[in-house]
Design a protein around this ligand. Sequence first.
Ligand SMILES: [Cu+2]
Length: 283
Amino acid sequence: MNTKFNFSKIAFLAFFIAFSTALSSCKKDSETEPEIDPNKKGMLEIKFDNIVGQDDFTLGKDYQNAAGETFKVDLLQYYISNIILKSENGSEYIVPQEESYFLIKEHDENSRNIQIPNVPEGNYNELIFTIGVDSLRNTMPPAQRTGVLDVGVEGAGKEMYWSWNSGYIFFKMEGTSTAIEPTDTNPNGKFRYHIGGFGGYDTPMFNNIRTISISLGRDAAKTREEAMPSVHIVVDILKVLEGTTQISLSEYPTVMVNPFSLKVSENYMKAFEYHHVHNEGHE
Ligand SMILES: [Cu+2]
């Protein structure tokens, strides 16, 4: 009886030691991360995920806004520019301006994943960027507005530019709503939100350039030479109509070059939110 008791006691002790060793080695593993060498460079990906409330956003699908209006979106695209990455230790990586313009298009999945090269290794926990195009670029000669800014290219600047000297459209959302009373000029109840305005040349114009900062909280995007983290940002389309000011589509079916657009850009600033980060690739 006595030896049996001792044996089980020893067995328990052995089990306990094995178990706690397993625990501590596991903990050690997850705490180990590749060291940072600021002389080495890697990449950082930012994914823009358009959503509606808690759901994935789909073009052509019926949604309801806070005003109780049913609407669907057929086109959604916006510029993201002038990206700055801030690291945990306070250092900043400013993406070279020439390479810092992106047009996020709901209908083009590739456009929704921005990959930034030549990022010094670091743990980045804050992203700063502009929704739209800075005023300086707006006023540059066409030769300096290439790629997604090229106003001659369809799917790029062509449908995102006001040719009458008003500059780029920063954010474009079009669709239809059953709440919009059909008229002779608008038989299908279309709504068009073309938001832009960089402050103007000589005559002052309203300014819809919006720069936001997105914190990753306790998370960090760990850029290493051999590891590209992916930061997911969700963009809640409902917030475009209610981020700060509740907007009724039937009351405002068209918002373009108009001071009311300030309300819309103030709203969509609230649409961008950090969601999560992948540091070990996508599952
Ligand atoms: Cu993800």
